[in-house]
Design a protein around this ligand. Structure first.
Ligand code: PMV
Length: 290
């Protein structure tokens, strides 16, 4: 028997560009996925899935040298395909449960490394940001193959996250951006350069508490995401409502194509106006980051 949890996450700046080697900034959220495992005759899950979750689970169990003979019970605060890191939070939760089953207590970096084995199955070419954010608390500056850096915020951020109601196929969207990079190398490298500068400006703004600048940087980041083709009409609709209702900035978060958008707020009043205008059938929540 073993149990564990992984955090949902929000990418604040740099999704997709991070896959290609740029820096990105993200944060864990207080929403979680919890997993319990118990020995069984064969691998089974209490949720409806295709083949990919069992396959990713096998990869994680095998990275702990455990056989794939477990009943896995999953409890999730977030939907999958919403850009909130379902696959990473699941991979981290299962890694923690597997560690408990083995009677070991690895640190978060080690957990993130095991979870990456699951992420590779889910996403093909993951940057590693999601499993890093899901395995510990706080805001992190991340770059592929480098040690993640914790970022100290001068003041907490107030955000609203809302689901567009359409799922975003991360693997295909990431592959589509790679294709764009191959077909239009100059166009893409110019955008990468601008995104890298933007992420570094955002890190300074977080450390200095320059919230209005952060909002403007979010808007510019959304423009770059549009230019690489990962936004969607549903996401644009949400972003328009966020901006109409006084958000300082708004963008998609995660892989896009659907999934969630995130808005940066000035005050509590902004959130109530936004909450009133968004379709309550879809996931929507306020969060404090930092
Ligand atoms: O949509 P999500 O939660 O899987 O986020 C993916 C983030 C990407 O930058 C698009 C991919 C990655 O591996 O970094």
């Amino acid at each position: 028997m073993g149990k564990g949890a992984g955090f949902a996450k929000a990418i604040l700046f740099g999704e997709h560009f991070v896959v290609q080697g740029a820096h990105a900034l993200g944060a864990s959220l207080s929403k979680e996925i919890r997993v319990k495992i118990s020995p069984a005759e064969k691998l089974s899950l209490n949720i409806e899935t295709g083949t990919i979750v069992p396959e990713a689970s096998r990869a994680i169990l095998s990275s702990f040298s455990l056989p794939a003979n477990y009943r896995i019970e999953v409890e999730a605060d977030i939907p999958s395909g919403a850009g909130l890191g379902w696959s990473a939070a699941y991979s981290v939760a299962l890694s923690r449960a597997a560690a408990e089953e083995k009677g070991i207590s690895p640190g978060w970096r080690e957990i993130a490394r095991h979870a990456y084995e699951g992420e590779k199955v889910f996403h093909g070419n993951p940057s590693g940001i999601d499993n890093t954010l899901s395995s510990q608390r706080g805001v992190v500056l991340f770059r592929r193959n480098e040690e993640p850096l914790s970022v100290e915020l001068a003041e907490p951020l107030r955000v609203v996250v809302a689901d567009s109601g359409k799922t975003g196929p991360t693997k295909e969207l990431v592959a589509g951006v790679s294709l764009l990079k191959d077909e239009k190398p100059q166009y893409f490298s110019d955008l990468m350069e601008r995104e890298e500068e933007l992420v570094m400006d955002a890190k300074r703004a977080l450390e200095q508490g320059n919230i209005p600048l952060l909002g403007r940087l979010m808007n510019r980041n959304q423009e770059y995401l549009r230019q690489i083709g990962v936004s969607s009409p549903e996401l644009e609709g949400l972003i328009e409502v966020f901006r109409d209702e006084g958000a300082l900035g708004a963008k998609l978060t995660g892989a896009g194509g659907g999934g969630c958008a995130i808005a940066l707020l000035k005050s509590k009043k902004d959130a109530s106006a936004i909450l009133q205008r968004i379709d309550k059938n879809h996931l929507i929540f306020e969060a404090q980051i930092g």
